[in-house]
Design a protein around this ligand. Sequence first.
Ligand SMILES: [Fe+2]
Length: 342
Amino acid sequence: MGKTGSISRRSFLKQTVAFSALAAIQPRAVFGQLPSPAPDRNAAHMLMLGDWGTDKYLEQQVATANGMKSYVDVRQIHPESLFMLGDNWYGTLSDDSPRWQSQFEQMYPKSHFPGPAYAVLGNHDYEYKIGNKVEMELRYASRHEGTRWYMPSRWYTFTWPQEKPIVTFICLDSNLPGTKSDPWPWSFTMKREHRDEQEAWFKQELAKPRTTPFVAVVAHHPLFSNGIHKDNHLLIKRWDDLLRDAKVDFYLTGHDHDLQHLEFAGHPTSFVISGGGGAELVDWTTDPKKRGPWGSKVLGFTDFEAKDDAIIVRLLDQNAKELHSFRRHVGGAVEVLTPFAG
Ligand SMILES: [Fe+2]
């Protein structure tokens, strides 16, 4: 009887978990096919890119960077800042490596991007055999006066734009111990005690009363992805309920080398993957037509345009062509827009 009871309980739990997982992966209905407006020169813009500091595909990094500069020029916008979404540095790096100049400072020049370049850590930043790049990235700004590189800690928060903030950004280190995407023998991850310390801090930040209309969580690893890395069940287990309970508006990442926008039934959060910064493109494991609303295997970047009542997220290719865009209103309604071609 006890055995049967225990099996039943176990199978009930299994079913519950299976049901929750199923609920999580159902696409969410989004409304509208209104045209995307021209990028607003008077709004705040942040350009985001992940997986950019490649050691093998430099022409691809240059192509995306050129697309970003051309976007700024043609649309005559003035980006307040950049967001570097992790896998900032592939291969070898040192504190004073010329790569910092050629592949960051000059690649994304002050002339176009005068504001801070906020950064989070990816799995390639955690490659150890070539020196501790995590430590190098954390101390770079203190050793290079005038740089726009901004990584004060492995997890941190800020409100944006600086004047009249619209979004609270909570930036996390998603290199948790046991993360599936650290298969290389020379990689390491954060320690368990740091994971727990970050998580306690994350919960505290989410529990604070909101001071901005929108909250965005930024990390390198997606929870859900149609790309080669698939859904990350470790992160889903640890963070998904936190995003849901706090009704976080955006979860923004890189890691899969493509562009994706995902919405799920009953989930309050819009998920964006912007990993087209330069590294090699990767294949789909789930058709973005089946679980979307959208994805494209292209190099590119994301423009995050903020106004008090809505955010417009535009996903653009290396030629600065808008491929997909959506507007998220205060309250959570998501409206997919017909890309601006103008
Ligand atoms: Fe990655």
